[in-house]
Design a protein around this ligand. Structure first.
Ligand SMILES: [Mn+2]
Length: 363
């Protein structure tokens, strides 16, 4: 069940009724439940953190119960850690959670069966709150799917429920949601819908902009610059695609960050960045919208039969677990090959972005 956004003749969007309906359905389902669990997307990003934080607040207010927000993977990016610190967002590792003790399971910013959803085997959540494209029958058995891929951020979908139902929005919740929308839509420039814009505009005055500034300027460890240097030195330009491999990375968010950086190169329609963390090859893809090839489709091709991948038209990711003893370079080159193939990139035009990787730096 996807609740559609109804365009009005004047071009505005009548979403209030959708949001009211979603809210009522959520409350209806959650009524009487005492131990809600909110499970975030694997390696949660600001949109997942904000949506989970806001939903926790919403359920707490309405049900007078204290939901647990759980996550898998890591929160690695310095900005995301700063977001949690400054906004006092508390999340617990899913391995410390006994899922059976919870009588309401809400999955946020991902969906069962996606590579970024690490529910226990065979578990069907009660609620899914997400804005990623629904693939196959992933929502089968889910009692309340609050999923709409028309939204640029899950934070918009959650924020809209607060706004449409006149719920008080604390500063920290508004700040988190604004930052979630900003990061998922690249400051309302990518994958953005009128609903995202409206929710953003209404939450913005409630947000602590000074705190957002501090989050965005979070200090980074020295290892960050080592990875950046390695990524730039190994980067190649293949026609309209720029690619690199970061090698071993401390957290998987780095592939997304470098993919964003490389995508700024003039004339590019694609960027593709890989890195390895805990024996998983992570890939991040950026694409120009409306180029005729969907980045999410390319990500699934990159993932191959063993991995998982998905995303939106302009932004996607894949994860490929490495086999015992498998050579990282071979796996990375194979993934790059699948990317170039799926994105129809001409391999003959390859040249280094900065310096050839094996040339020693000048003294
Ligand atoms: Mn999101």
């Amino acid at each position: 069940m996807s609740l559609e956004v109804t365009p009005r003749p004047d071009g505005a969007v009548a979403t209030a009724s959708n949001a009211e309906r979603r809210f009522r359905a959520l409350i209806e389902l959650a009524r009487g439940r005492r131990r809600p669990l909110i499970l975030l997307q694997h390696n949660p990003d600001p949109d997942a953190l904000a949506s989970g934080f806001a939903l926790k607040h919403l359920l707490k207010r309405v049900l007078r119960s204290e939901p647990v927000v759980a996550f898998t993977g890591t929160v690695g990016r310095a900005e995301n850690r700063a977001m949690m610190r400054y906004l006092k967002i508390q999340i617990v590792p899913a391995f410390k959670v006994n899922f059976r003790h919870h009588d309401l399971v809400v999955v946020v910013d991902t969906q069962p069966g996606a590579g970024t959803c690490r529910l226990p085997e065979g578990m069907v959540p009660d609620v899914v709150v997400d804005h990623h494209p629904v693939v196959g029958d992933r929502l089968a058995g889910v009692r309340l799917p609050l999923v709409d891929e028309g939204y640029g951020a899950t934070s918009s979908l959650v924020g809209e429920m607060f706004l449409a139902n006149g719920l008080a929005i604390p500063d920290r919740v508004a700040t988190a949601l604004v930052y979630g929308i900003q990061t998922d839509t690249q400051d309302l420039a990518r994958n953005v819908s009128p609903v995202d814009e409206e929710v953003f505009a209404r939450l913005y005055p409630l947000a602590d902009l000074r705190l957002i500034g501090r989050i965005q300027r979070a200090r980074v460890p020295q290892s960050y610059f080592r990875v950046m240097e390695r990524g730039l030195r190994h980067a190649s330009v293949h026609g309209h695609a720029v690619t690199t491999h970061l090698g071993e990375i401390e957290h998987s968010d780095l592939v997304a960050e470098v993919a964003d950086l490389l995508f700024r190169l003039e004339g590019m329609t694609w960027s593709f960045v890989t890195g390895v963390h805990a024996r998983v090859l992570y890939a991040s893809i950026r694409a120009l919208e409306q180029e005729g090839i969907d980045a999410g489709v390319v990500a699934r091709a990159v993932a191959g039969p063993r991995g998982s991948g998905g995303g939106h038209e302009a932004l996607a990711a894949a994860q490929i677990p490495l086999l015992a003893g498998e050579d990282v370079t071979a796996a990375q080159e194979a993934a790059l090959g699948r990317f170039l193939e799926a994105a129809h990139v001409k391999k003959t035009l390859t040249k280094p972005l900065t310096v050839p990787p094996d040339v020693p730096a000048e003294h």
